[in-house]
Design a protein around this ligand. Structure first.
Ligand code: SF4
Ligand code: SF4
Length: 144
C-alpha cells in the first residue's frame, strides 16, 4: 500500500561546510517526515553525525533521502548496516531476548535464530549481548 508508513534508521554525516544548514527542519516541513534523534555528535571544525529514525511513506522517505543527498549530506541506511556472520552464530538466542523489533525470530523447524533485516532498527543491542561477536552494526563513532 503506497500510503503505508515505514521507519528507517539513517546515519547522516554533515561536512563542516553544511553542518549548520537547516536541512533537518526542511526534511520535516517540506517532506512531512517524522523523525526521532537517536544519537547526535559534533566534531568541531570537522563534521557532524546524526542517527535519526525517519517515519513516513516509502515515497516520502525516498524523496527526503534524495533531498539530503542533494544537500551533500552523506546518508547511510543503518538497517542495511547490520551484518550477522552466519558461520560464527551459535544460535544461542541471547540476541532474541533483547530485540524489540521482531527482527530476530526463533524458527521452530530449524531451531535457529533467523534475522529479518527489514524489521531491524539498528539499535545495536544484539551486538552488545552476542557472546561470539557474530553481529556487527554501523557506528556513529566510525573513524572520520
Ligand atoms: S547472540 Fe550471537 S550467537 Fe547468539 S543467536 Fe544471536 S547472533 Fe547468534
Ligand atoms: S540491531 Fe539487533 S536488537 Fe536491534 S533491532 Fe536490529 S536485530 Fe534487533
Amino acid at each position: 500500500m503506497a500510503n503505508k508508513k515505514i521507519k528507517k534508521n539513517v546515519l547522516l554525516i554533515f561536512s563542516k561546510d553544511i553542518m549548520y544548514n537547516p536541512v533537518i527542519y526542511k526534511l520535516a516541513a517540506d517532506f512531512r517526515i517524522v523523525f526521532n534523534v537517536l544519537e547526535a555528535k559534533i566534531y568541531p571544525k570537522q563534521e557532524g553525525r546524526l542517527i535519526l529514525q525517519l517515519e513516513g511513506t516509502e515515497e516520502q522517505l525516498d524523496e527526503g533521502i534524495k533531498y539530503l543527498k542533494d544537500q551533500k549530506v552523506k546518508v547511510e541506511i543503518l538497517a542495511e548496516k547490520i551484518k550477522r556472520d552466519n558461520e560464527s552464530c551459535v544460535h544461542c538466542g541471547a540476541c532474541l531476548a533483547v530485540c524489540r523489533s521482531d527482527a530476530l525470530q526463533y524458527d521452530n523447524e530449524t531451531k535457529m535464530i533467523v534475522f529479518h533485516s527489514e524489521h531491524c532498527i539498528a539499535c545495536g543491542l544484539c551486538e552488545m549481548v552476542c557472546p561470539v561477536k557474530a553481529v556487527k552494526t554501523a557506528s556513529i563513532d566510525m573513524e572520520i
